[in-house]
Design a protein around this ligand. Structure first.
Ligand SMILES: O=c1ccn([C@@H]2O[C@H](COP(=O)(O)OP(=O)(O)O[C@H]3O[C@H](CO)[C@@H](O)[C@H](O)[C@H]3O)[C@@H](O)[C@H]2O)c(=O)[nH]1
Length: 232
């Protein structure tokens, strides 16, 4: 970047830097802490970005803290195709729906939430893409300075069971479930404060969980075995 005199950067950070926040919705200037190794990598890279902007005042950096990206392009031609058994909730639900996996393991049903399952702020990937365009536009405004974090979330929390119900409705498929113990390193409830991105980037998520599930299912039903198709 130094060689090409590039001093503007959009960094893909994550809501994982909030750990389990004291207060939700999470505001950007809340205390940061990692609950797992992945979270710590994001936290350290944010710290490095902050250090760079302190050391060299001509750098302009935006940290985009993604909440839980899900869904697919509306065409159904571009979507997530994880290698091996998926770790994340939506690709796992998708693989149960198309018959690749027998049932969903629900990690934790004794959280202090409305139905006992953990709460996240799921965001449509197309909204996330728009958030990047808004961030780039912001970086190129003459008054932008320093290293500034923005949440990319919807501001709404959805439990695991609510997400499963929404997916069942969108797909018409039953998702068999097994209630399991909590997964180590998982937070109880995390969702975004969205005012800063709305005010300063002019960006707001447009899609709700019904549309997220619709587009996830459109991709899944057209590509049940991902990009490669089923191996013989
Ligand atoms: O098979 C599964 C997978 C997940 N969950 C639960 O579903 C919720 C969401 O899990 P997941 O989709 O794995 O998301 P997070 O653990 O919240 O983390 C994701 O979202 C973060 C914020 O964007 C990213 O930083 C991480 O990379 C990404 O894994 C959690 O309560 C999990 O316990 C299940 O019950 N069963």
């Amino acid at each position: 970047m130094a060689k090409y005199n590039c001093k503007k950067m959009v960094f893909s950070s994550s809501s994982t830097v909030y750990g389990q926040p004291e207060k939700i919705p999470c505001v950007e200037d809340t205390e940061l802490k990692a609950m797992n190794p992945y979270g710590r990598t994001k936290l350290f890279l944010e710290e490095i970005a902050r250090d760079i902007s302190q050391a060299e005042s001509d750098w302009q950096i935006i940290l985009l803290r993604y909440f839980n990206p899900v869904a697919a392009h509306e065409s159904g031609k571009i979507g997530e195709d994880p290698k091996g058994i998926p770790n994340n909730l939506m690709p796992y639900i998708q693989q149960v729906a198309v018959g690749r996996l027998p049932e969903l393991n629900v990690y934790g049903h004794d959280y202090p939430t409305r139905d006992g399952t953990a709460i996240r702020d799921y965001i449509h990937v197309m909204d996330l893409a728009d958030g990047h365009i808004a961030a780039l536009k912001k970086l190129f405004t003459p008054d932008f300075k320093g290293c500034v974090p923005y949440n990319l979330g919807t501001g709404r929390g959805t439990s695991v069971l609510e997400m499963v119900a929404a997916f069942e409705k969108a797909s018409g498929k039953k998702i068999p479930m097994k209630l399991c113990p909590r997964r180590a390193g998982d937070a109880t409830a995390v969702y975004a404060a969205v005012d800063k991105a709305a005010k300063e980037l002019g960006w707001k998520a447009k899609h709700g969980i019904e549309e997220m599930c619709r587009d996830q299912w459109n991709w899944a039903s057209k590509n049940p075995w991902g990009y490669q198709g089923k191996k013989a």
